[in-house]
Design a binder for this molecule. Structure first.
Ligand code: PLP
Length: 394
């Protein structure tokens, strides 16, 4: 391996949300932080070099985006996913959630219903509620092998409601770790086209996909599908750059692109910060080797957790994530409330996981573990969880 993902890091007191906000969120700052989805790895040296060059210039005034910035994202999308993005349809946004929020506020009415697939990243429900729109849930279900799948019957029944206007897709899916297959996406697309449903496709996790699985960009399915879709992605999740706060959005409809651009301008948030420009372009142009090694390392971490659970914690159920650096742990066999599980994890395990119910009711009895950290931390984490389950078993 050219890159060292085993390197021990201590991010305490460096303004890291993951390490320094545990007191606020869990009542204890001395936990093992396996929650919020960033990584305890240094970013790629190829990115750091470009950032250092920028630092050396010693001037950090307002920045102007070059075409090559967008071009790097377009080429990455084409080369890795065969997803063709027209240069005239792509735009910067300070983040994926800000994009979703602006679209909901300005492209919909308050009688409109918006559908999401729970359990899902909590800000999806949050932005719908904050925008005063009506939330509709198409709950994911588990098949006979406990794999998470889409309830298409329910999806179509809900799509028939003429007040249901938009669907927010999470692909790859946080927290269950599914990479939706092309056939599944086609089925979604057929229903959306049939019932005139627009789609926001959140593809922020698209680069974190493990062997044997293939990511498909929803808009790449066909021209017709592209036309009903707004796609969001970024390099921040992949290269651990979330603190730089920059993402991309693709608006195939010119009027919508212009409306979105006008809203960013009216809030005066249309520019990148100076470091995000160089870091993201370097990530897409020079980060592939680093990413390929990262994926191997992350899959090793996931395998460690899955094997440990299957061997040592029979009450806990787990299905191997197909992508993302998240593991969705099923504590339901213990028959405990969410509060009891969280309390035990914090007080006995001294570990911070995201409580499953925050992803929607269907997440009750689950917890999400972020395994994007050096392996010694993952080993420690799963042993702590094992200890907690053992104590709850008694
Ligand atoms: C599915 C999903 N969308 C969006 C985000 C956050 O994106 P941003 O920081 O660009 O708003 C996350 C972060 O974990 C995520 O998991």
């Amino acid at each position: 391996m050219k890159y060292n993902f085993d390197k021990r890091v201590d991010r305490r007191e460096n303004n890291s949300a993951k390490w320094d906000e545990m007191g606020k969120n869990f009542g204890n700052n001395e936990l093992l932080p396996m929650w919020i989805a960033d990584m305890d790895f240094e970013t790629a040296p190829e990115i750091l070099d470009e950032m250092k060059n920028k630092l050396e210039q010693k001037i950090f005034g307002y920045v102007s985006r070059s075409d090559s910035y967008y071009q790097s994202a377009i080429e990455w999308s084409k080369n890795r996913y065969n997803y063709d993005i027209d240069f005239n349809t792509i735009i910067h946004s300070p983040g994926v959630i800000p994009t979703i929020s602006i679209v909901l506020k300005h492209f919909t009415k308050n009688t409109d219903k918006i559908m999401i697939q729970t359990p899902v990243y909590p800000p999806f429900a949050g932005t719908i509620k904050n925008s005063d729109r009506i939330l509709v849930e198409n709950k994911l279900i588990q098949d006979s092998n406990a794999n998470w799948v889409i309830d298409f019957e329910d999806f179509e029944a809900k799509a028939k409601d003429e007040n249901l206007k938009w669907f927010i897709l999470c692909n790859p899916h946080n927290p269950v770790g599914r990479i939706w297959k092309k056939e599944e996406l086609k089925k979604i697309a057929d229903i959306c086209l049939k019932y005139d449903l627009r789609v926001i496709s959140d593809e922020i996790w698209r680069d974190i996909v493990f062997k044997g699985h293939e990511f498909t960009a929803f808009a790449s399915l066909s021209k017709e599908v592209e036309d009903i879709t707004i796609t969001c992605f970024s390099a921040t999740k992949t290269f651990n750059l979330a603190g730089l706060q920059a993402s991309f959005a693709v608006f195939p409809r010119k009027v919508e692109l212009e409306l979105f651009e006008a809203k960013l301008a009216s809030l005066d948030i249309k520019r990148n910060n100076v470091f995000s420009l160089v870091a993201i372009e370097a990530a897409f142009n020079k980060g592939e080797d680093w990413l390929n090694e990262l994926l191997e390392y992350l899959e090793g971490n996931i395998d460690l957790v899955v094997e440990y659970v299957q061997k040592n914690i029979p009450e806990l159920k787990i299905t191997k994530s197909e992508g993302t650096y998240l593991v969705w742990l099923d504590f339901r066999e213990l028959n405990l409330s969410n509060e009891e599980i969280s309390k035990a994890l914090i007080e006995e395990g001294k570990i911070a996981l995201n409580e499953g119910s925050s992803f929607g009711d269907v997440g009750s009895g689950f917890a999400r573990m972020n395994i994007a950290c050096p392996r010694y931390m993952v080993q420690d984490a799963i042993e702590r969880v094992g200890k907690v389950v053992k104590s709850l078993r008694k």
